[in-house]
Design a protein around this ligand. Structure first.
Ligand code: PSU
Ligand code: MN
Length: 310
């Protein structure tokens, strides 16, 4: 595993030392996925959701070239409000460290750093994946290949619905990343409850996720992520007609404006937030808070299991 030079927040360092439950959180959502000024409030709410369920939040990000696991409020504020915060995937981490940059970590970078720090559970909104038109553009999120080699459980509402979900599920299969539906056998569609694909496996409780993680450990599985796919209840999803309309419009604008590379996902999310006049934002926030809660309960169940075994 990569030997990152990590600065730990004091609370996170103590929790890891004592074997208490810790949940990793990403900062790209905060810096690039949510509009200002709501982003900082939401970032704090996500941490609060983790605490309320009995775990310690470890939001991960790069502050002036320092890779921090467990940003304090000042650091979180800086990444939420400063200009020029870079979006960092795994490949960017060394460059950002060497140049003293501020940066927000994606699912890929957060997973890699969290696993290196000894954190086993991570909550986000929706994973990156294979983009529509990927057959021409080759645009596939580094989230996928990183999860293929990183031992971490990621609680998410599936992959973002702006993607080619079927192709993403095929890639996850090829890459050896297991997908568990949480109380469902249908893969969730981020803003939408159901993305239209069946899942092989479903779990019903945080304890069951902890059982799977323990079995992986027993089998010596030291690479490869585990996706816990936690759908929104149907009555909380974005109106599917509004979703489809907004997505079609966003994809057309993407092409018109020639947006490519790592700007694609933030562009489409920002389009949703403005075109739905905040409806998608409210849904996005609900998704993240629900995932933070579930991830914390998985971390608690895992810590309990370890305490009993010890
Ligand atoms: N989930 C959200 N909002 C986000 C993201 C996930 O609810 O902004 C971010 C994650 O950091 C994810 C990234 O890794 O979008 C994917 O970007 P890309 O497609 O460029 O890999
Ligand atoms: Mn991409």
């Amino acid at each position: 595993m990569t030997n990152f030079h990590i600065s730990h927040g004091a609370e996170v360092a103590a929790a890891l030392r004592d074997g208490r439950p810790v949940v990793a959180l990403e900062s790209t959502i905060v810096s690039h996925g949510l509009p200002r000024p709501d982003n900082l409030r939401v970032a704090r709410e996500i941490e609060q959701a983790v605490r309320a369920a009995g775990a310690v939040p470890a939001t991960i990000g790069m502050v002036a070239g320092r890779l921090v696991v467990g940003l304090d409020d000042e650091e979180l504020t800086r990444l939420a409000t400063a200009d020029g915060v870079a979006k960092l995937s795994v490949r960017d981490l060394a460059v950002a460290a060497a140049t003293g940059a501020d940066g927000a970590t994606t699912v890929a970078a957060t997973s890699a750093v969290a696993a290196a720090a000894g954190i086993g559970v991570f909550a986000t909104g929706g994973l990156g994946g294979v983009h529509r038109e990927a057959a021409q553009t080759f645009d596939e999120s580094a989230d996928l290949v990183t999860l293929a080699r990183t031992p971490i459980a990621v609680v998410c509402a599936g992959v973002k619905s702006i993607l080619d979900v079927g192709a993403t599920l095929e890639r996850l299969e090829t890459l050896g990343v297991a997908v568990l539906g949480y109380r469902t056998r249908r893969f969730p569609g981020f803003y939408l409850t159901d993305a239209g694909f069946d899942l092989d496996w479903s779990v019903d409780s945080p304890e069951q996720v902890a059982d799977v993680l323990a079995a992986r450990e027993q089998q010596g599985v030291h690479d490869g992520g585990l996706i816990v796919a936690n759908p929104l209840p149907v009555d909380e999803q974005l109106d599917p007609a509004l979703h489809d309309r907004t997505l079609a419009e966003g994809l057309a604008r993407l092409e018109r404006d020639g947006v490519t590379g790592k700007a694609v996902t933030p562009f489409l999310l920002a389009h949703f937030h403005s075109a739905t006049e905040g409806a998608s934002l409210a849904v996005n926030v609900r998704i993240i808070l629900r995932n933070a809660d579930l991830a914390a309960r998985v971390a608690v169940a895992t810590a309990r299991r370890r305490a009993v075994a010890a």
